[in-house]
Design a protein. Structure first.
Lengths: 111, 115
């Protein structure tokens, strides 16, 4: 079906390590992807986005990689900090359609 | 800049009762969204407004859910009557103009528990 999902429901890393959160999507027509961070008791917060004409985009401590061949998206967080602990969602859009969210990965950063 | 405001933050009701949620978007944002987020899942769009007009309500259970944005600013989402499966967090989001890559900013949500 046309859905966005994540490979792993939980990810635990040590403070200072790099984190990689993965996302698979099934709709080959999807051309815009967004990563959101959701802390407990809060709404999702935009982190970074990427359009399908790109395969990599960098922000502050974050990098998103897009592999259209295998329909895979990843979020890399450098030097992960305790404040990065949250649920991370990937979301996708197809022209003329609504934003569709995956089910999330819980990132836990251990001190 | 003030963010998206929602109230109440928590609500507990019994099934078959009615409930209403309120949202005030970021000032100047023309597009307003209501999402339903069931525990452990990603948000699902219920309805999207552009100013005071409905753009997409295809996933809104219209037999029990209604929403309005009469003056193109704040909005209310109502459930009547509520069912057990309506227990979820209801998120409001707004964006500047609703264009394809327009960033959506989310409020803190209202956590609804239906007993």
């Amino acid at each position: 079906g046309e859905s966005v999902g994540l490979h792993l429901p939980t990810l635990s890393v040590q403070e200072g390590d790099n984190s990689i959160i993965n996302c698979a999507y099934s709709n080959s027509a999807s051309d815009y992807f967004i990563w959101y961070k959701q802390e407990s008791g809060k709404g999702p917060q935009f982190i970074i986005d990427i359009r399908s004409n790109m395969d990599k985009r960098q922000g502050q401590r974050v990098t998103v990689l897009l592999n259209k061949t295998v329909k895979h998206l990843s979020l890399q967080i450098a030097a992960t900090q305790p404040g990065d602990s949250a649920v991370y969602f990937c979301a996708e859009k197809t022209s003329g359609s609504r934003l569709t969210f995956g089910e999330g990965t819980q990132l836990t950063v251990n001190p | 800049e003030a963010g998206v405001a929602q109230s109440p933050r928590y609500k507990i009701i019994e099934k078959r009762q009615s409930v209403a949620f309120w949202c005030n978007p970021i000032s100047g944002h023309a597009t307003l969204y209501w999402y339903q987020q069931i525990l452990g899942q990603g948000p699902k769009l219920l309805i999207q407004f552009q100013n005071n007009g409905v753009v997409d309500d295809s996933q809104l259970p219209k037999d029990r859910f209604s929403a309005e944005r009469l003056k193109g600013v704040d909005s209310t989402l109502k459930i009547q009557p509520a069912k057990l499966e309506d227990s979820a967090v209801y998120l409001c989001a707004s964006s500047l103009d609703g264009t394809y890559t327009d960033t959506q900013y989310f409020g803190p949500g209202t956590r609804l528990t239906v007993l």
